[in-house]
Design a protein around this ligand. Structure first.
Ligand code: PLP
Length: 390
């Protein structure tokens, strides 16, 4: 694998590619569910693991392997295991590394489905989660028990863009004998590399910025070899692996990841500044703004503020919905990370299944809107939002 001294820009378009005998320039897409062996002895050797190589696409596929190597290179990880979705990556991590009786400490403002998985599903299998205030390092320390095996954070958080000090939380996790997993979906390795800051595992929803064009679902877990080996053992048996077609689509998306992240982040900062000046906007949540409570930390930990801007419309749900309903350009969808700008009302969609109390505790108000800034002109995005803001 070409991980040597190449820059990230180079790795994003080159890492992990192994050409076939046909000498294709673009990555090959291997749509095959199984692989043939030259004789019975090779079949036996492949199955026993004595010989490396592909057996069955639930275990490995060359196109998926290229994706894994490319993302590992970008994250600076020893290994990467691709999964069918971001949620499958989180599921596989916990199922592979924890057992009944173990405990998770998670930041309170995490992706809605992650909160459901931890709060309602893992509890049925004897794994409990304590949710803590995202930006308070002492809260993580206080929640640790001798049974805590995993600390799980998402930074910047969804949808409030709270920024968590990865190095500080890593120190707390390690002092308690636990691993730190960071959901790096919002920043991608272009803006933030959690493993360099002390995290043990990086989780991705490749559905978002890695593909970047809203086409397919995918996910990944990046970590050292020992941890990815455990995740792989679960995944190859349980089944939520990445399809080769999706891996190929995401690989093509990753070639433009850096320039997309840079352009979309620059537009997000511009939009955040304009929204902050608007009289109908009560508050803007964007790590790149000096008004953001963790602005200094964000500028240290990330290369930019990222491309997600949330803001609170003065009033409540009715006023926020009016902004959504007045949009003719922005897509009303829960997805994010696309080149097309999207608008979401978290309280009634992505975070709608969380109890009103939990939502309030996480600071997700009825007037909150989340914008995932794409590649359109900022003037057009602003004009679309102004229709409903009045
Ligand atoms: C979308 C998302 C997920 C889940 O990913 P899927 O690919 O939809 O399963 C996890 N974490 C964050 C931060 C996300 O935005």
């Amino acid at each position: 694998m070409a991980t040597k001294p190449y820059d990230l820009d180079t790795l994003a378009v080159r890492a992990g590619q192994e050409r076939s005998q046909f000498g294709e320039h673009a990555e090959a897409l291997y749509l095959t569910s199984s692989f043939v062996f030259k004789d019975a002895a090779q079949a036996a050797a492949r199955f026993s693991g004595a010989e490396e190589g592909n057996v069955y696409a639930r275990f490995s596929n060359p196109t998926v392997t290229t994706f894994q190597q490319r993302l590992a290179a970008l994250e600076g990880a020893e290994g990467c295991i691709a999964t069918a979705s971001g949620m499958a990556a989180i599921l596989a991590t916990v199922m592979a590394l924890l057992k009944a009786g173990d405990h998770i400490v998670a930041s309170r403002s995490i992706f809605g489905a992650t909160q459901q998985l931890f709060g309602n599903i893992f509890t049925r299998f004897g794994v409990a989660t304590s949710f803590v205030e995202a930006t308070n390092t002492d809260a993580y320390r206080a929640a640790m028990t001798p049974a805590t095996k995993l600390v799980f954070i998402e930074t910047p958080s969804n949808p409030l863009t709270e920024v968590i000090d990865i190095a500080a939380v890593a120190a707390v996790a390690h002092a308690g004998g636990a691993l730190l997993a960071v959901d790096n979906c919002f920043c991608t390795p272009v803006l933030q590399r959690p493993l360099e800051l002390g995290a043990d595992l990086v989780i991705h929803s490749a559905t978002k910025y890695l593909d970047g064009q809203g086409r397919v679902l995918g996910g990944a877990v990046c970590a050292n070899k020992a941890l990815t080996e455990e995740v792989f053992k679960f995944l190859r048996t349980a089944g939520p692996t990445l399809s080769p077609f999706n891996a190929w689509v995401i690989l093509k998306g990753m070639e433009t990841l850096k320039i997309r992240m840079q352009a979309q982040s620059a537009s997000a900062l511009d939009l955040a500044q304009r929204l902050e000046a608007h009289p109908q906007v009560a508050r803007v949540f964007y790590p790149g703004l000096p008004s953001h409570p963790q602005h200094a930390l964000a500028m240290r930990q990330q290369k930019s503020g990222g491309a997600i801007v949330s803001f609170e419309v003065k009033g409540g749900r009715a006023e926020a919905w009016r902004v959504v309903d007045s949009c003719s350009l922005l897509s009303i969808t829960a997805n994010l990370g696309d080149t097309k700008t999207t608008i979401t009302h978290p309280a009634s969609t992505t975070h709608g299944r969380i109890s009103a109390e939990a939502r309030a505790a996480a600071g997700i108000s009825e007037g909150l809107l989340r914008i995932a800034v794409g590649l359109e002109s900022v003037d057009d995005i602003e004009a679309d939002l102004k229709n409903g803001l009045g």
